[in-house]
Write a protein that binds this ligand. Structure first.
Ligand SMILES: Nc1ncnc2c1ncn2[C@@H]1O[C@H](COP(=O)(O)OP(=O)(O)O)[C@@H](O)[C@H]1O
Ligand SMILES: [Mg+2]
Length: 295
């Protein structure tokens, strides 16, 4: 299903998808239209093939999961763009711990490897990988993108660019045979979203994600806590399974230090299967669902 409201520029339409397989990485600056293009590409591939997956690799303006996570999803046919697929579909999440990859680049790479390997194990043949917009050298974005390309060895990199803003990343790629590079212009409908719009979008995603949540108590002396039990009210955490996938997010509501008990607001119906708690670097106000980065 290709989103009806999407503008499809001619060079998108003219893409020959018959040769595409493996990992297809979509790069570009924030608001270039990476997520719109990724969903379009996924829709077209999915219409003609069976084993296609979409990975939402942006923990800030996430499309398939709550902010602070990156998500692998299969079978998005019934899921409108912008809505999170529910767990009845094949979904795997990896926790980044922040809404920006800045200072969280290792979890970005570990998560990328984990999700791609889960897709491969599920028999997926084509992965559309939508990345975050951090691409500039001074923010570390360039190194992150280069490392991700080195790690994932995408068959094709789709670069959406207006001018020369991706040159530092693309110049060596244009000369390399490691990956095929397809450069595309953004849609004229691509719109810059302000910081306030981005914050409001994240708040609405958290609100939806935590709606219907209950409070679960955990004794942290019985669980692994990474990196250490730095619980404080409002702190966002991930409840992880044995393989490190995110079962659910939680927000700390109460800490009883002597009893080593922490109460979390979480949509997870039962603590069964929780192997570890991963502490995030985000505080969430559970009234407004505004988030704040703490390191
Ligand atoms: N092809 C398109 N058709 C319609 N709207 C688009 C298109 N590309 C981008 N937009 C709009 O521009 C904004 C940024 O696009 P998005 O795909 O989220 O960019 P990115 O993922 O690169 O940050 C969004 O509001 C989106 O709806
Ligand atoms: Mg995006």
């Amino acid at each position: 299903m290709i989103p009806a409201e999407l503008d499809i520029p001619p060079d998108w339409e003219e893409l020959d998808l018959s040769e595409l397989h493996g990992t297809l990485l979509v790069v570009g600056e924030p608001n270039a239209g990476k997520s719109s293009f990724s969903r379009y590409l996924y829709g077209r591939m999915n219409a003609s093939r069976t084993r296609v997956a979409l990975i939402d690799g942006d923990p800030g303006q996430a499309t398939l999961g709550p902010p602070t996570t990156i998500t692998l999803a299969l079978k998005l046919d019934g899921v409108p763009p912008g809505e999170m697929p529910d767990s009845s579909e094949f979904v795997r999440r990896s926790f980044i711990g922040s809404t920006t990859p800045y200072r969280h680049m290792l979890p970005m790479l570990v998560g990328a490897a984990r999700l791609v390997s889960a897709a491969n194990q599920a028999g997926v043949e084509t992965i559309v990988y939508d990345t975050c917009g951090l691409v500039q050298p001074d923010s570390g974005g360039l190194s992150l993108k280069q490392a991700k390309i080195d790690l994932l060895r995408p068959e094709t990199v789709f670069a959406i660019r207006n001018g020369h803003e991706l040159d530092a990343l693309l110049r060596p790629l244009r000369r390399s045979r490691r990956t095929r590079l397809v450069e595309l212009a953004p849609s004229e409908y691509a719109r810059v979203r302000s910081m306030a719009t981005r914050q409001a979008h994240r708040a609405s995603q958290y609100r939806r994600y935590f709606s219907g949540s209950g409070v679960q108590r955990f004794n942290w002396s019985k669980l692994a806590v990474f990196p250490k039990p730095g619980f404080s009210p409002g702190r966002l955490v991930a409840l992880e399974d044995r393989l490190g996938f995110t079962l659910a997010l939680g927000v700390v509501v109460e800490v009883e230090r002597t009893a080593r008990q922490v109460s979390l607001l979480t949509p997870l119906p039962s603590p069964d299967g929780v192997d570890a708690i991963q502490i995030g670097d985000i505080i969430i106000d559970t009234g407004t669902f505004h988030d704040r980065i703490i390191s």
